[in-house]
Structure formats: structure tokens, C-alpha cells
Ligand binder design. Structure first.
Ligand code: MN
Length: 229
């Protein structure tokens, strides 16, 4: 018995299926490709760190993502996405793959001007990262159909012009490593999503732009940037 209607379960499409993947939490890895760390003017030797988005920030793709409020500098970040199917705490690196249900590709959309202000003022990143519709994600592909989480081209284009083009093997902290480290901080649970960081080439989009991107063998997405509101 609830005093108001409980919120709908946030979820994502599953590739080739009518079933959906229920989303519990979204963890994001900061600064996980050396070329992006350098383009943002940071130190490549730092241990990995994490931030979060609310579960209901996810959007199935293809979609039109409303241009968010409070920003003049909305950036794309293309990322390999991991979907946790089995929870755990202090997961060993060798056991991480047993906890992953599937993988996909998604966008960690970022209000870069708000993030820059937050960094300068020593404030949290939430307003830069955790806004409504900030996580468009392609259908989740079950691990049985995923060729590799260690190698594969990751790319993004805006209106057909390539902006980000790298390989997931360029991650500073591999999936095994950063999921193991994440599980030391809190108990992972089925439904948790990990967005694993972005390579260099991030940049602004404006209403009307069409973002395409993918990770070879795992998925592709298309997101149109809509009008403000
Ligand atoms: Mn990111």
C-alpha cells in the first residue's frame, strides 16, 4: 500500500527480444581513456572514480532527446555500457564476467558548462551529469552474443561527421578492473548499469543535430537532439 502511485520501473530494451532489462542504478566511470583525460587537462595516473545518474535518466534508442535546461554547452560522450545481472560485493577481477548480463553502447550526456563551474567551485557533478534524459542507451545485448568487452572500435558522429573514434582496449581501467573496484565501494545489484567512460573528441551538440555511434559487435545508436524543454 503506497500513499501515492509508485514510479514506473525504469528499463531498457533487450536486443532481439520483447523482454526488457530493469534498471536499478547507473554508475559512470570518470576519465577512463587517456586521450580524453588529456583533452580535459587532468592527470592520467589517478585511480578510477565514479559518479551516478538516476535510473530513470535512461532512454531507449533511437530517440529524440530534449535539449536540457540550464546549459549552453551540451556535450556527447559515447561509452561502452555494462548491465549487471548478478549482484555482489568485493567481486574479484577474475569473477567479474560472471556478474555481467549484457552490454550495449550509450551516451553520457553532459552539461559541460555546469561541470566546469562545479569543478571550479568544488561542487558535486550531479547537475552536470544526472539530469532528465541524460542517458540514451541502445538495446542491451546478452553476453552470449557479445564478442568482447576488451577490444572493439568505439565511435560517434554528429550529422555524419566523425568526432570520437577509438577502441575499448584503450580504457585505462578495464571492465574487469573497474567493476571489481566499484564493488568495493558498495554492493552491486542486478539491474545496475555501468557507463565505462569516453574517449577523446567530446563536443557540443545543438537542437536538430543527429548523433550516431556504436561499439563494434555490441550495438549502435541514433539520437536526435530535440528542442529545449
Ligand atoms: Mn562519461
Amino acid at each position: 500500500m503506497y500513499v501515492i502511485d509508485p514510479p514506473a520501473q525504469a528499463s531498457l530494451a533487450v536486443a532481439g527480444s520483447e523482454y526488457r532489462f530493469p534498471v536499478r542504478r547507473i554508475f559512470c566511470v570518470g576519465r577512463n581513456y587517456e586521450d580524453h583525460v588529456i583533452e580535459m587537462g587532468n592527470d592520467t595516473r589517478e585511480p578510477p572514480f565514479f559518479f551516478t545518474k538516476p535510473a530513470d535518466a535512461v532512454m531507449d534508442t533511437p530517440c529524440t532527446m530534449p535539449y536540457p535546461p540550464l546549459t549552453q554547452n551540451l556535450h556527447h560522450e559515447i561509452e561502452l555500457v555494462i548491465a549487471i545481472g548478478k549482484g555482489g560485493v568485493n567481486i574479484a577481477e577474475v569473477d567479474v564476467m560472471d556478474h555481467i548480463w549484457g552490454a550495449s553502447v550509450g551516451l553520457d550526456m553532459t552539461r559541460r558548462d555546469i561541470q566546469a563551474e562545479a569543478k571550479k567551485m568544488g561542487r558535486p557533478w550531479d547537475w552536470a551529469k544526472a539530469f532528465d534524459h541524460s542517458a540514451p542507451i541502445a538495446p542491451i545485448r546478452p553476453m552470449a552474443e557479445v564478442p568482447s568487452l576488451e577490444k572493439g572500435r568505439i565511435w560517434l558522429a554528429v550529422n555524419g561527421e566523425t568526432r570520437q573514434d577509438s577502441d575499448i582496449e584503450m580504457m585505462i581501467w578495464s571492465v574487469r578492473e573497474h567493476v571489481a573496484i566499484l564493488s568495493q565501494a558498495m554492493e552491486l545489484a542486478p539491474g545496475d548499469i555501468v557507463m565505462t567512460g569516453t574517449p577523446a573528441g567530446v563536443g557540443a551538440v545543438v537542437p536538430g543535430d543527429v548523433i550516431t555511434g556504436g561499439v563494434d559487435g555490441i550495438g549502435e545508436l541514433e539520437v536526435t537532439v530535440g528542442a529545449a524543454g
